[in-house]
Design a protein around this ligand. Structure first.
Ligand code: PGA
Length: 252
């Protein structure tokens, strides 16, 4: 059985004091829910203070990005080793990074390798754009992104995948549960081709894109969907708690 996982991607939101306040609002109630992995991904500068706040709780911590070199003269970047010292997870290849920071499949691949090498658990994001979806190219695009991200990786220990159709991110226009389940099932079949059935069956694959407390159950109820990567709704304690609580009840 795959343990469901709900991750909150705070993106470039919250000052350190706002991050502390948000964690304080959710901490004890999140901690009580034990059959779901709860991961919060604040901005880099809030990782250390948030880590202190969640110490001793069942809440896990993730970063939103990393650079693929271990250390050196890369002004402004954060390395896998620095993150491995602070957190367990790292989001890689988010569509906003691909779109605004020109992250190519090759860069995403280097980042996934670097994260795995440092013992981090990457949450690899893949998903098609609107025009690709409308042209019926979802399967092709998602498969290509998956394969290029995992080139040269023999064994993806700890890897998670988030299927995030780009047209659903931050738009309020989520996919349907059925659509997401179908694409995630396709992703799992491709993972099986790469790594065998057992690894594919064990790998957690999330849906992301306009998940809210109102529509979360539609996704979580799907057999192939193991949780969600939540953006906007993860910045509201009540919404995020409700998504985690519903997941706990559905996957019990
Ligand atoms: P959203 O973002 O929930 O605000 O659509 C999801 C994401 O970007 O991971």
């Amino acid at each position: 059985m795959r343990v469901p996982l709900i991750a909150g991607n705070w993106k470039m939101n919250t000052t350190v004091s706002e991050a502390v306040k948000l964690v304080n609002e959710m901490r004890s109630r999140l901690d009580e829910i034990t059959n779901v992995d709860k991961v919060i991904c604040p901005p880099f500068i809030s990782l250390a203070p948030v880590r202190e706040l969640i110490k001793g709780s069942s809440i896990k911590l993730g970063a939103q990005n990393l650079y693929f070199e271990e250390k050196g003269a890369y002004t402004g970047e954060v390395s896998p080793l620095m993150l491995a010292d602070l957190c367990e997870f790292v989001i890689i290849g988010h569509s906003e990074r691909r779109q605004y920071f020109n992250e190519t499949g090759e860069i995403v691949n280097k980042k996934v390798r670097a994260a795995l090498g440092a013992g981090l658990k990457p949450i690899l994001c893949i998903g098609e754009r609107l025009e690709e979806n409308e042209a019926g190219r979802t399967e092709e695009v998602v498969t290509e992104q998956l394969w290029s991200s995992l080139t040269g990786i023999d064994y993806p220990r700890g890897l998670l995948i988030a299927y995030e159709p780009v047209w659903a991110i931050g738009t309020g226009k989520a996919a349907t549960g059925k659509q997401a389940n179908e694409t995630i099932s396709l992703i799992r079949r491709n993972v099986a081709k790469l790594y065998g059935k057992e690894i594919a069956q064990d790998m957690r694959i999330l849906y992301g894109g306009s998940v809210t407390a109102e529509n979360a159950a539609e996704f979580i109820n799907q057999p192939e969907i193991d949780g969600a990567l939540v953006g906007g709704a993860s910045l509201k304690a009540d919404q995020f708690l409700s998504i985690v609580t519903q997941t706990s009840e559905i996957k019990r």
